[in-house]
Design a protein around this ligand. Sequence first.
Ligand SMILES: NC(=O)c1ccc[n+]([C@@H]2O[C@H](COP(=O)([O-])OP(=O)(O)OC[C@H]3O[C@@H](n4cnc5c(N)ncnc54)[C@H](O)[C@@H]3O)[C@@H](O)[C@H]2O)c1
Length: 314
Amino acid sequence: MKILVTGGAGFIGRWVVKRFLDEGHDVWIIDNLSNGNKENILAFEGKGNFHGLTIGDVANMGEISSSFNLDPDICVHLAAQINVQESLDEPHKAFLNNVIGTYNVLENAVKHNTKVVIIGTCMVYDVALEKPLSELSAVKPASPYAGSKLAAEDLAISYYHGLGHPVTILRPFNTYGPHQKTNMEGGVVSIFVKNKLDGKDLNIFGDGTQTRDLLYVEDCADFIYTASISEKAVGEVINAGTGEDIDINDLAMVVMGDESRIKHIEHHHPQSEIQKLVCDSTKAKSMLNWTPRTTLKEGIDKLEAWMLEEMKDG
Ligand SMILES: NC(=O)c1ccc[n+]([C@@H]2O[C@H](COP(=O)([O-])OP(=O)(O)OC[C@H]3O[C@@H](n4cnc5c(N)ncnc54)[C@H](O)[C@@H]3O)[C@@H](O)[C@H]2O)c1
């Protein structure tokens, strides 16, 4: 099949591109490189079924339209402004990139008869008080990032119900692994591992009792791939996570193993924090036969090994 991946030069996107290429599909990318980079996709240069990166903006109708000229069968839409703090400071950026960008993707998909796979996020949910979060759990977007992602999902699913267009909504839980950034745009696992390797202390925002269900990125890409090619997933919202959460204090100890190098600092945006996030992946298992394969320990080891190689290469 012919696959267009928006945001394919980013962290999760490059693993999704890799998976589709490995399965023999023809793949091309649109990415404005606002948070991704060419190094992430260097390994794909020269592969016969990789048709390259177009540097372009999904929020610009002309630029995204050109990427549809090759009539993709599927568009996996990952391009998004992902920084929670930036979305609080400048909500219009989240709206423009995440909502208008998704609208532009959908309009082109209708014209070119392209199935759309929207990569949503677990950050749309309310706290998991009593049980893990299923697709039916209450939502409570607590930042313009989460709000714009939920708005994008709703718009997309309206194209399914209202226009009969094939759309699938996927909500991976917090994802970590090689190629994730280690600055504030990155995830907590990457930031912790990098600080450890740099000989720095780990800083925890707030009291560290907030929990995350951490999904290794190749398991996330496997979920996105499996759901994208599934007919059953059309018109559905599907979660993916491990089903186990870990609090940030325990995660810091798993990474660092030395309490004296772990500090607590004031949270930048406590109002947008979700205290407990744990995923119910029953639907992904029953509908797609998908389960994650990588334990947290294995995932952290792989991430650390990759980072050490990167640091060697400068
Ligand atoms: N990282 C996670 O834990 C996680 C979990 C669930 C869902 N997601 C979702 O997965 C997707 C990818 O996230 P990621 O962590 O890989 O982030 P990322 O920032 O590494 O990837 C996003 C990519 O999109 C590009 N981009 C941003 N705005 C764009 C625009 N207007 N036009 C074209 N390209 C644009 C960026 O340059 C980047 O390469 C996002 O939609 C995010 O909401 C991420």
